[in-house]
Design a protein around this ligand. Structure first.
Ligand SMILES: [Fe+2]
Ligand SMILES: [Fe+2]
Length: 377
């Protein structure tokens, strides 16, 4: 129990000290006041449960997750204000009928899904912060960075934002990554998975109407809705990988449980949105040339692009000497938090944010990436 602590934590040191105290107490035959302490501690350790406080590593993992969830919540609220169901469960905004109608071309339930995804993200960060506080750890608060102007279109609340949905560069290579049976980014880090929507990976595009001027012409607002349709699964596939990657370095069983219980809900989001993205109608935006091709026709189509192939294809996992397996990919844990920060930054999601914002996010990521798994039983 001595060598693995490079994130060195007050809690861990306390816990180690307590254990060495207990050993000394037992050696000295002290069974009075020490007995209840020992019995209490051993039952916790024997059952692999969480001590009453978190190790610094576990706290850092949860703090990064909380930050990611706050950021997710911020942009999902923007989507909900303009294209979601308007109710008191997810307040803010009044809806934009034209944008909503174009989203519903992808699925008549689109507004409901936006609403429910937003509700989930609110619950994720709220729970993570409350759990941190319940263990005496510091929660995450990014309120000081809510400075970006949001949409001025009908339906937007006009609140200042943490994230920017109006200058996105969307990497849609997850589309083919999950359809590839030969390549896994964990085994082939330099493999270039083709983009589903090549144009989205090159320029900067808005996923929401910026003003009411974006509501016409028809092909323009449909392309904006399509951009949202591909941005949503792009984000959620990131969460799908983030949680299992973080979980591999959790120390307490309870923190592990939190990470492996939230993570699959991100996967439920991803899978839903992936299915909807496949319904995005082929269109070219006359204002900027952004083209959504027909993914079911040449030069697209086939195993790599066909829109109903939404189940993950089995692929190499851990070693090519093992049978292929249908899995989440990537799940490589080293540096995952900073990779996520870089992924979201490259997406343009933080366009306009302050240097202080990036410094804080990178600091949270660095702490999470420094966490190491410490066996507690
Ligand atoms: Fe989430
Ligand atoms: Fe999510």
């Amino acid at each position: 129990m001595t060598s693995v602590i490079d994130t060195g934590t007050a809690t861990t040191r306390t816990s180690n000290s307590r254990r060495s105290f207990m050993k000394q107490a037992i050696a000295a035959g002290a069974v009075g006041v020490g007995y209840s302490l020992f019995a209490d501690a051993t039952s916790v350790l024997a059952q692999g449960q969480t001590p009453s406080t978190l190790s610094a590593g576990d706290a850092a993992l949860l703090r990064f997750a909380a930050a990611a969830e706050i950021l997710e919540t911020d942009f999902w609220l923007q989507y909900n204000e303009l294209g979601g169901i308007q109710d008191s469960e997810v307040p803010g905004g009044t809806g934009n009928p034209t944008y909503t109608a174009k989203l519903q071309v992808l699925d008549s339930d689109f507004s409901q899904y936006i609403h429910d995804n937003t509700d989930d993200e609110i619950s994720h960060f709220t729970f993570l912060n409350a759990y941190l506080e319940s263990k005496g750890a510091t929660p995450v608060n990014l309120d000081q960075f809510r400075t970006l102007p949001g949409s001025k279109a009908t339906g937007s609340s006009g609140q200042p934002r943490l994230t920017n949905l109006m200058q996105l560069t969307v990497d849609t290579s997850w589309w083919t990554r999950y359809r590839s049976s030969d390549n896994n980014p964990d085994l082939d880090p330099n493999f270039n998975f083709p983009q589903a929507i090549p144009d989205l990976s090159k320029g900067q595009f808005t996923a929401i109407p910026r003003t009411d001027a974006d509501l016409t012409p028809d092909a323009h607002i449909q392309a904006i809705a399509n951009t949202a349709g591909f941005h949503m699964p792009t984000i959620e596939q990131g969460g799908t990988s983030l949680y299992p990657a973080l979980a591999q370095r959790a120390s307490s069983v309870e923190v592990l449980r939190i990470l492996i219980s939230i993570g699959p809900t991100e996967t439920m989001h991803f899978q839903t949105w992936q299915d909807k993205a496949g319904n995005a109608p082929p269109v070219t935006d006359p204002t900027n040339g952004l083209t959504f091709p027909d993914l079911n026709s040449p030069p697209f189509g086939g195993e790599m692009f066909q829109t109903n192939l939404i189940m993950p294809e089995p692929c190499p996992f851990l070693s090519r000497s093992l049978p292929k397996c249908s899995i989440i990919r990537p799940t490589q844990t080293t540096g995952i938090a900073m990779n996520v920060v870089n992924f979201l930054t490259a997406m343009g999601l933080f366009m306009g944010q302050s240097p202080q914002f990036f410094a804080m996010l990178k600091s949270l990521a660095a702490d999470a990436d420094a966490a190491t798994r410490q066996c507690t039983s």
